[in-house]
Design a binder for this molecule. Structure first.
Ligand SMILES: Cc1cc2nc3c(=O)[nH]c(=O)nc-3n(C[C@H](O)[C@H](O)[C@H](O)COP(=O)(O)OP(=O)(O)OC[C@H]3O[C@@H](n4cnc5c(N)ncnc54)[C@H](O)[C@@H]3O)c2cc1C
Length: 269
């Protein structure tokens, strides 16, 4: 690991101001991805800005807005906090299900929502949830719908210095997450979240492509008929899909269909 300086600001404004003055800084939240990357010298920031003291990034709350039931989850919320939250269990249990499916207990005790989505690992679970659940990512000065947030492999719509302050979710009528888990790492080989809203079905997919995406053809088929067999005829082109020693692109495309059907069956039963 290269030498670096450590900072622990206590306000969002101070963290942003610090970032602007330093040579090659990086934010750190849970450190579950960044610290191993630094140990392997894949990342070598001049300075680490620890976000863990920023109260603006903490908490889970229900907003009384025009949408009624929006749930706002702070960027520093750890995966186990999401999994254990009574508010989430009551209004959006599927998000707790997703968080509980992440890695192992140690990872869930440290890893954060903001860190996970800022990192945008192609096999991370939460991006599929954000896409399927009409999420909006709040940084210090703008709001970005999840549909516009995940751009490519480890690439998001965040600009340098942006901080994920919170994420707003619209609780669906019904939703379930199906994950084909990598047996060693626990990451998703493929994960599919199917959510039903009054205005239609949304299907978020992770693990298959360079970043999470919505399976729009599946959504159309399920909006016609919400049955597992409705997706049988849907073509899932695998061009550009991930292909490695664990699963070919073709197999990942196959998994999307299998997991979607499984999710629909679960929601119907
Ligand atoms: C062994 C292991 C198994 C794992 N298994 C899974 C799994 O099954 N599924 C899964 O989804 N994930 C998995 N993870 C990832 C883990 O869940 C964390 O979510 C992830 O490491 C990032 O969160 P973090 O808070 O640790 O971020 P950090 O490591 O602190 O930061 C990651 C990146 O995000 C940036 N960042 C952090 N916080 C913010 C913020 N608020 N705003 C803007 N930028 C920010 C940092 O600068 C850095 O670039 C696993 C990790 C490990 C080590």
């Amino acid at each position: 690991m290269h030498a670096f300086d450590y900072h622990r600001p206590t306000s969002l404004a101070d963290a942003k101001a610090l970032y602007a003055t330093l040579e090659d800084p990086m934010y750190v939240s849970g450190g579950m991805t960044l610290i191993p990357s630094m140990k392997q010298r894949l990342a070598a920031p001049s300075d680490l800005i620890d976000l863990s003291s920023l109260s603006e990034l903490q908490g889970i709350a229900q907003l009384n807005d025009a949408h009624g039931a929006t749930l706002r989850v702070g960027g520093l919320t750890r995966h186990n906090e999401v999994a254990d939250s009574a508010l989430i269990q009551q209004h959006m249990p599927v998000l707790g299900q997703v968080a509980a499916a992440i890695g192992d207990n140690q990872v869930r005790n440290r890893g954060t929502l903001g860190g996970s989505i800022a990192n945008a690992d192609p096999a991370a679970d939460l991006p599929a949830a954000l896409l399927a659940m009409k999420a909006v990512v709040n940084t210090q000065d703008r709001q970005t719908p999840a549909d516009d947030f995940f751009l490519d492999l480890f690439e998001t719509a965040l600009d340098a210095g942006d901080i994920v302050v919170s994420v707003d979710f619209s609780p669906p009528l019904q939703a379930v997450y199906e994950k084909f888990r990598h047996p060693a790492s626990g990451y998703a080989v493929v994960g599919v979240l199917v959510a039903r809203y009054a205005d239609g079905v949304r299907v978020g997919v992770t693990g298959a492509g360079p970043c999470a995406f919505r399976a729009c053809a599946m959504e159309e088929a399920l909006n016609q008929e919400f049955l597992p067999q409705a997706v049988d005829a849907v073509d899932i082109p695998d061009a550009g899909f991930n292909s490695d020693m664990h699963a070919s692109a073709e197999y990942r495309a196959h998994l999307i269909k299998v997991l979607t059907k499984r999710a629909v069956q679960t929601l119907l039963s």
